[in-house]
Write a protein that binds this ligand. Structure first.
Ligand code: SAH
Length: 385
């Protein structure tokens, strides 16, 4: 009942659509997710009880708002309405880090005094398209990325000065240029206006450098829970070769590195691979190598070179693993596979393939990483039969 009394309701929830489960108490949300997972994955194995959050609000360490102008000419900032391109004007969000929201509101208030406008995607005129803030919850470091629709940023030095005066807690400011007609937030070019252009964050005793483009788990508290469980499932030994597939900036592999003989990481995004290599150095890890490639192609290459991993930890994006990856995985036949997924539908599809080809599901553990939304994260342990 306590959770019911503490339940917070967002005034914009109907317009925004991002929090699909906000009409439920948190306890109801967890049992809704549990039920969904039993339906999807229950035929493979019993589904452990989902691990929920103690404080299911303001958990997002990455905040991304769009800027626009209303028909009446008012400058607004906020969140894109679910599956549309309409901006829902907000000043704060129950899921997002409060400091990040505060900074973006300050930026919106600063713009007029610098005669800076919001970018208009139709006319392709104006200036600010998005603001992205990433915050290290443990390190306290804050990165602000101003995404302009043009590379012309008049008085940028003064703007940075004014923003830092208001928020001295910001550790780095990046100007990113995105002049393309695209739904992607970040463009390819960028200029560091202040600080290092990256933040460092801590996770389970390791330090990680995160750049604007790299993927990093958005709920740091639950990420520690997720990785701890995943590593427990992997049951690593000093003699093991561990393949961290879809490794992002190398988090899982680097946290696991001192428990195994060797870590091999593979990731498609070059910025993330650069971060992963830098992160290996930062943590003094000598037994980890990171490769920039499609995970499926890389598996094929490993096979051709006669290399094999004892344990594979895989954490693909929502689309799941590719056919090629799964095919090579089955051929490589590692003893254990730990499959972390943010989309149980594609995970179910991939598990079917693995189970049909010699693997058995041993454990299923859901973790609530995305409270109030319909999204759910699961860890599945598989053994080679
Ligand atoms: N394991 C990491 C990242 C998981 S997100 C973590 O926990 O932080 C999934 C990652 O897969 C992203 O970094 C994305 O860039 C990467 N990715 C997407 N498609 C890929 C592919 N075909 N091959 C390799 N990596 C891919």
């Amino acid at each position: 009942m306590a959770e019911k009394t503490n339940q917070k309701i967002c005034p914009q929830r109907k317009k925004c659509g991002g929090c699909q489960l906000q009409n439920m108490s948190y306890a109801e949300q967890l049992s809704f997710k549990q039920g969904k997972l039993i339906k999807l994955l229950g035929k493979f194995h019993r589904v452990n009880k989902i691990i929920g959050m103690e404080q299911p609000y303001h958990y997002r360490n990455k905040v991304q708002w769009a800027f626009g102008t209303t028909r009446g000419g008012k400058l607004i900032s906020g969140i894109f309405q679910s599956s549309s391109h309409r901006i829902v004007a907000v000043d704060s969000c129950l899921l997002e880090d409060e400091k990040a929201d505060e900074i973006i509101v300050s930026i919106r208030k600063l713009l007029p005094s610098f005669k800076l406008t919001a970018y208009n995607e139709d006319t392709r005129r104006g200036f600010l398209r998005h603001v992205l803030v990433k915050r290290g919850f443990k390190s306290g470091e804050i990165m602000v990325v101003l995404v302009g629709g043009t590379n012309i940023f008049p008085r940028k030095k003064d703007f940075v000065k004014a923003l830092l005066k208001k928020h001295p807690e910001i550790t780095t400011i990046v100007f990113n240029i995105n002049d393309k007609k695209t739904s992607l937030v970040l463009g390819e070019r960028q200029e560091v206006l202040y600080g290092e252009g990256k933040i460092t964050e801590e996770l389970l005793g390791c330090r990680f450098r995160i750049s604007p483009q790299s993927f990093y788990q958005i709920n740091p508290k639950q990420t520690e829970v997720l990785y701890t469980k995943a590593l427990e499932f992997a049951d690593l030994k000093q003699s093991d070769v561990l393949l961290d597939a879809y490794c992002g900036i190398g988090t899982i592999g680097l946290i696991a590195a001192d428990r195994v003989g060797q870590v091999i990481g593979v990731e498609l995004n070059p910025a993330a691979v650069r971060d992963a290599r830098e992160n290996a150095k930062l943590n003094g890890t000598k037994n980890a190598a990171f490769y920039c490639a499609d995970a499926g192609e890389f598996m094929l290459r490993l096979k051709e070179e006669g290399e094999a991993a004892d344990v594979v930890m895989m954490d693909p994006p929502r689309a799941g693993a590719s056919k090629q990856f799964l095919h090579c995985l089955v051929e490589a036949a590692p003893a254990r596979v730990v499959y972390i997924s943010c989309n149980p539908e594609t995970q179910k599809r991939d598990l079917f393939y693995l189970v049909k080809n010699g693997y058995k599901v041993k454990k299923i553990q859901p973790v609530d990483m995305f409270s109030h939304t319909e999204h759910v994260e699961t860890i599945v342990l598989l053994f080679r039969q």
